[in-house]
Write a protein that binds this ligand. Structure first.
Ligand code: PBG
Length: 323
């Protein structure tokens, strides 16, 4: 009448629980996404992402140094330009805000961290889409590829170690890889946003980068109900030369993270995105959940699902806790 099996034995003390813990969470596995705004005179708070700011070039440098000291594995930069246009000129301009910030951080940090950049036009276009539009106003895949190739080379020259093409255009990884190689930039890698879903959780990010988008990204980002096509996207990106792949968002897609981890021959990243961050912050601010415990549970769950690295706005803070 008493149980023969008692799994609770392995939970009896903190030391026992530590001994049998399966999932590791280390600072080096965390990547901090950061925003830098052209012309900003002081860091600007992002109201829908409490604790996250649009940095000035100067405050970015300081925050980046702090994050690296805390042990984070890498930094992912996003630019917020003052001017937008149809082709996102600021993205390829060597004096565009993102490229300037990359130069600043590479000069400051050298190879002490892995510097990454969002290789996508949406922050720079006046229509807010991730690519350029054709005469009918549709996102033109192949015309966009030419812009990505140019943008990737500019970012690599500015000091990025890894490029993060996030626009979900067909062929983007291959075209950027070829452009880098042609430009003598064979050592610059690609962290491909392979399985990126058309998610409502990007909401706060739109404020974070001052997005001009009306409408949605459903003609290029994946439908939330589809898992099989994520594996196809991953396979294509690996074949095109991706050095690592990403699933995004993370929490509503942990099954996709798991499936990716099972088949991917290259490291797998998952992006714990803006809306996932804001939900936790809002609930914690209301006293509805315990903030630190929730954050650690979120990050651990993404690692448990199989992600080798996690992009999270909590990277620096969590790294300090883990230390
Ligand atoms: C596209 C891009 C987006 C994010 C990262 N890269 C926005 C989008 O696809 O709509 C979202 C990140 C987040 O929500 O935290 N440049």
């Amino acid at each position: 009448m008493f149980p023969e099996q008692r799994p609770r034995r392995l939970r009896t003390t903190p030391a026992m629980r530590r001994l049998v813990g399966e999932t590791t969470l280390r600072p080096r596995q965390l990547i901090l996404p950061m925003f830098v705004a052209e012309g900003a005179e002081a860091p600007r708070p992002i109201s829908s992402m409490p604790g996250v700011v649009q940095h000035t070039r100067d405050s970015l440098r300081k925050a980046a140094v702090d994050a690296v000291r805390a042990g984070v594995g890498g930094l992912m930069l996003f630019g917020v330009p003052e001017k937008h246009d149809a082709i996102g000129s600021g993205a390829t301009d060597e004096n565009g805000i993102l490229n300037l910030a990359l130069r600043d951080l590479r000069a400051e940090l050298g190879d002490d961290t892995v510097l990454m950049a969002d290789t996508c036009l949406d922050e720079f276009t006046d229509h807010g889409h991730c690519g350029v539009l054709d005469a009918e106003g549709r996102v033109d895949n192949d015309a966009t590829l030419l812009r990505y190739a140019e943008m990737g080379v500019a970012q690599a020259r500015a000091g990025a170690h890894l490029l993060g093409p996030s626009g979900m255009m067909d062929g983007q990884v291959g075209v950027i890889r070829a452009a880098l190689d042609d430009a003598g930039l064979a050592d610059t890698g690609i962290l491909a946003y392979s399985a990126k879903y058309a998610s409502a959780f990007y909401g706060p990010f739109r404020e974070a980068v001052g997005s001009q988008l009306t409408g949605d990204r459903k003609t290029y980002q994946q439908d939330p109900g589809n898992a099989r096509e994520a594996l196809r996207e991953i396979e294509l990106d690996v074949a095109e030369g991706a050095d690592a792949i990403m699933v995004k968002p993370a929490l509503s897609y942990l099954d996709v993270v798991r499936a990716a981890a099972e088949v991917s021959p290259v490291p797998v990243a998952a992006y714990n995105i803006s809306g996932e961050y804001s939900m936790v912050e809002a609930a914690a601010a209301n006293g509805w959940i315990e903030r630190e415990r929730t954050i650690m549970e979120v990050l651990t769950s993404i690692r448990r699902a199989g992600a080798d690295m996690v992009l999270t706005y909590w990277a620096a803070e969590a790294a300090a806790w883990l230390d």
